[in-house]
Ligand binder design. Structure first.
Ligand code: PLP
Length: 413
């Protein structure tokens, strides 16, 4: 490598985000490049959860719904997330899973788009988003809801008068390619369509300006860049101008205007709370709530700058390595349209990734031939990037990945 580890160490010593790493519990000897799939454990979450269990649940019991404001958590956590995605207060709640939130918002949006029945999306989209749209289409019937899937480069030309909702994942989960949220939202509006943005790989990874770009609806994940823990609550955004007209189909009591009046009939809450359904998982919500506090003093632009530098360094080190000559960049080369991850294609990607994980460098594999590496600026150091590439060189160079144990397919890749 023609870029020394000492240079990386110097970059770390002048990194304004360097001290944030101490807020996480990271196992010794592991280089974690998969925070885009499951964020690591923030040390504050570890502490909070034991007191939530002992004091809030264990001692204060049911009075905690009021005393510790459990009832306010979806909204409170939502506001913390809102600050990261360019949403003014009152438009985001933390709830359910991303998949369920896609279903709720797609159904609600379709219902207001009279005479239009098509959900337009891309075949590169994350499968669950497409599956939820397919399920909705089966439920409502093709005559009332149709999923139309096109390639990522053909979105604009397919925005016609049939489209009710344009559903896009802002940052592609495989390649990291970023859609132009501002331009596509405008194009969708000109065609009379609403937009639903999936921010699973955007929230906490790249700056997002939902309000400024006049997005209509959005969903996202709590367990990736937001570090809320495995299966953390997801979030949803509904622009204020749509809140009184959209009615979601999962009309649970937590979305009722007055849940504790125990009325026989459903009456949606006036604001963003109408998009809630049932009782939240309080332990998971408290974990995400505490994980979100990490962001309170963090400038998203600083995160973005470091993310670009980490990704650029990784690409440069891999591409300058003779040993790694067979790896082909599968992410956009231009950092302006790339999220906080880098993917490389190789016919033996699965086995190479398993060997890398065995050697303490954790990334992941995405079918059919991608090695995916997430660069999360809150805790990834420049020396980690350097070390990861040097371990990758060793694994590819000496062919250790060819061992049979690295070929065995696990259930989760
Ligand atoms: C991770 C991810 C999801 C996950 O959805 P769940 O309901 O949490 O399983 C959805 N969409 C995208 C784009 C993702 O990357």
């Amino acid at each position: 490598m023609n870029f020394g580890r000492d240079t990386c160490a110097r970059l770390d010593s002048s990194d304004p985000l360097a001290s944030v790493r101490a807020r996480f519990i990271l196992p010794e000897g592991t280089i974690y490049l998969d925070g885009n799939s499951l964020g690591p454990l923030p040390s504050a979450v570890h502490k909070t959860l034991s007191s939530v269990i002992q004091e809030e649940w264990g001692t204060d019991l049911i009075s905690s719904w009021n005393r510790h404001d459990w009832i306010g958590l979806p909204r409170k956590v939502g506001e913390k997330i809102a600050a990261l995605i360019g949403a003014a207060p009152g438009q985001v709640v933390a709830c359910d899973s991303t998949s369920i939130n896609v279903f709720k918002l797609l159904s609600a949006a379709l219902k207001t788009q009279e005479g239009r029945k098509v959900i337009l999306s891309t075949r590169e989209n994350f499968p669950t988003d497409l599956y939820m749209a397919e399920g909705l289409s089966q439920l409502l019937g093709q005559g009332d809801c149709e999923l139309r899937v096109v390639s990522a480069n053909q979105v604009r030309e397919n925005l016609d008068q049939d489209i009710a909702v344009l559903m896009l994942t802002h940052v592609d989960f495989r390649s990291g390619r970023v859609f132009d949220m501002e331009g596509l939202t405008r194009a969708a509006h000109e065609a009379g369509a609403l937009t639903l943005w999936d921010l699973a790989h955007s929230a906490g990874a790249v700056p997002v300006s939902l309000d400024a770009h006049e997005a209509d609806l959005a969903v996202g994940c709590g367990y990736k860049y937001l570090n809320g823990g495995p299966g953390a609550p997801a979030f949803l955004y509904v622009a204020e101008r749509h809140q009184s007209t959209l009615q979601q189909p999962l009309a649970g009591w937590m979305g009722h205007a007055n849940p504790f009046e125990f009325d026989t009939h459903y009456q949606p809450a006036p604001g963003i709370e109408r998009f809630l359904c049932g009782t939240p998982s309080v332990l998971a919500m408290r974990a995400l709530d505490t994980a979100m506090d990490i962001w309170a003093d963090i400038d998203m632009q600083e995160v973005r700058n470091k993310s670009v530098e980490l990704c650029e360094l990784f690409i440069r080190l891999v591409e300058n390595s003779e040993t790694l000559g067979e790896l082909r960049l599968a992410s956009p080369r231009n950092p302006a349209v790339r999220g906080s991850q880098v993917s490389f294609a190789h016919p033996e990607s699965y086995a190479i990734m398993q060997a890398l994980i065995d050697a303490g460098v954790i990334g992941d594999f995405r079918d059919p031939d991608l090695m995916r590496f997430g660069f999360t600026p809150l805790y990834t150091r420049f020396v980690d990037v350097w070390d990861a590439v040097s371990i990758l060189e060793r694994i590819v160079g000496d062919g250790v990945f060819r061992e049979a144990r690295f070929r065995e397919r696990l259930r989760v890749t």
